[in-house]
Design a protein around this ligand. Structure first.
Ligand SMILES: [Zn+2]
Ligand SMILES: [Zn+2]
Length: 231
């Protein structure tokens, strides 16, 4: 006695020959269905799997020293593929410079990558201090010495007086009489005055210099100081 065949019974589909996709390459696997009763292969199909695409980590922003340019590097966490994107940079003064301090600039770099917006901000103390004008110098012979005077310089809190390149006086006044040269009749001297704030190393002006020949006791009995004074 024989039993008429009742047809196969499809079992669970089984995956084999699995080739995993990479960031950029398709993968595949074979899907096989067999009869759960007799084991005969019923269907066999190769299924393609799309490439997974790069998975980028947070970008690393690199600024040039001047902060005028910025690049964002995106690196894939799966395959270490890396791509550099130029960012658009904008800047804004957030603190103006003064005579004793530098100003601050905030730089913002932004770009769109993979449909997402990325931004990096840095603040730099990079605006030079305000420049002090060079003082305008006047020189005069007086009885007591050579009188060096100058006009007030905006932003300056003190002045340095040099004779022949050598610092001889620091003062907050607008004049100074160099008594050391009182008796050096006929000798020429060059004076320069530098305006500064806080200290000469913080912010100082350019110098302006003038030359004078010492005249001492040219007219005995005449008090030069009372005629011209100093300044
Ligand atoms: Zn079967
Ligand atoms: Zn990748």
């Amino acid at each position: 006695m024989t039993t008429a065949p009742t047809g196969h019974t499809a079992g669970k589909a089984v995956k084999s020959d699995i080739i995993a996709p990479t960031c950029t390459k398709k993968g595949s696997y074979t899907l096989t269905t067999s009869c759960s009763v007799c084991g005969e292969t019923l269907t066999k199909e190769v299924i393609a799997v799309e490439a997974s695409g790069h998975k980028f980590k947070k970008p690393v922003f690199t600024w040039v020293t001047s902060h005028r340019k910025c690049t964002a590097a995106f690196t894939c966490s799966e395959c270490s593929y890396s791509v550099k994107i130029k960012a658009a940079v904008s800047s804004k003064t957030i603190k103006s410079a003064g005579y004793t301090y530098k100003g601050k600039t905030r730089y913002t770099a932004s770009l769109t990558f993979g449909g997402k917006k990325y931004t990096s901000r840095v603040t730099e103390t990079d605006i030079p201090m305000k420049k002090l004008a060079a003082p305008s110098v006047s020189l005069k012979n007086t009885d007591s010495g050579i009188c060096v005077s100058w006009k007030k310089v905006k932003g300056a809190s003190a002045y340095a007086v040099y004779r022949n390149g050598r610092l001889i006086k620091r003062t907050s006044s607008l004049k100074f009489t160099d008594k050391a040269v009182k008796t050096r009749d006929g000798v020429s001297f060059t004076y320069k005055v530098v305006a500064y704030t806080k200290s000469l190393s913080v912010n100082k002006s350019a110098s302006s210099s003038k030359k004078i020949t010492r005249r001492y006791n040219l007219y005995p009995g005449v008090d030069w100081g009372s005629i011209y004074g100093c300044g």
